[in-house]
Write a protein that binds this ligand. Structure first.
Ligand code: ZN
Length: 298
């Protein structure tokens, strides 16, 4: 009797131990990004990345209409620059643009250029949600994901007629041939089509930018939940770029997991919303959206 009890206790502890170990060691999808260091090594030099980014911007202007309202532009820029200052690439000339387009979309190209559609602004409900999208796009530029795409497109010869782009210097090129390259990058859709892991990495980097900028990290979870709802109810309104990301429900779950594992409590403090956001949206602030300011941490 006594030994069978001891046996039961042993089994109970063994099972308990197993489940604890299981919970503790279940893979956090962001672990692979944790020790990563970022630079332009192996890619275009930073100066050439800027040059190509400018040409790509000229192509974007041919295809899209940008919002000219300085109030909206300055507002988005101020959030973007705050996040960029708190990113792992604070020292490039970051530029933020609002694209006049109903689709729920945002994208980043090269050299600190980030674009957000009015359709995305429209579905956000507070500043932290908007910041989480900008943070994600900044993450693509920190992670050199556009540069990686340029390199890959060149390697597989998909950029027909344009040799030796990646790792080469653009300096010897004429403006026209850089323009041609930029045109091909946009037309072929190479630049903004990232792997799912690159998307996860941008989410990971964006989450930490959000936190370091003093935002409430719940905003990012809310944003992914909103995107998950929209991709169910109005799949056609979601831009192709967002649609190619990992499912929004998974992104919400990854963010919750990271907050639980490493950023505990950051979803209960920090800035969720501001009066500036409400003014821009032209909506009456909801009680839950009242600004909650704390001093940004390191
Ligand atoms: Zn992305």
């Amino acid at each position: 009797m006594k030994s069978s009890f001891r046996y039961q206790v042993l089994i109970t502890f063994a099972l308990l131990g197993f489940s604890l170990v299981n919970t503790a060691f279940a893979q956090n999808p962001y672990d692979k990004f944790r020790e990563r260091r970022y630079s332009n090594e192996g890619y275009l030099s930073e100066a050439d990345e800027m040059k190509l980014g400018d040409q790509v911007h000229a192509e974007v202007l041919k295809q899209m209409r940008l919002v000219q309202d300085p109030t909206i532009n300055n507002y988005v820029t101020s959030i973007g620059r705050k996040l960029a200052r708190n990113s792992l690439r604070p020292n490039i000339p970051w530029q933020f643009y609002v694209v006049d387009d109903k689709s729920v979309n945002a994208f980043a190209t090269l050299g600190g250029k980030v674009y957000v559609h009015t359709g995305l602004l429209a579905v956000t409900q507070n500043e932290a949600q908007l910041a989480s999208v900008l943070g994600h796009e900044i993450g693509h530029i920190v992670g050199r994901h556009g540069l990686e795409n340029v390199k890959r497109a060149n390697k597989y010869g998909t950029l027909a007629g344009i040799a030796q782009i990646a790792g080469a210097v653009l300096g010897g090129r004429t403006g026209a041939s850089i323009g041609e390259l930029a045109g091909n990058l946009i037309a072929g859709g190479y630049l903004m089509k990232h792997s799912r892991d690159a998307e996860r990495e941008a989410d990971y980097l964006g989450l930490y930018e959000l936190d370091r900028s003093g935002y409430n990290t719940a905003g990012m979870v809310q944003m992914f939940e909103t995107l998950a709802q929209i991709s169910q109810s109005q799949p056609n309104s979601v831009g192709s770029i967002l649609a190619s990301h990992p499912p929004a429900a998974e992104r919400a779950q990854n963010t919750r997991r990271e907050i639980g594992d490493y950023l505990k409590g950051t979803d209960a403090r920090g800035i969720l919303n501001t009066n500036d956001y409400n003014r821009i949206k032209g909506s009456t602030p909801m009680p839950a959206d009242k600004p909650r300011r704390v001093r940004p941490r390191g």
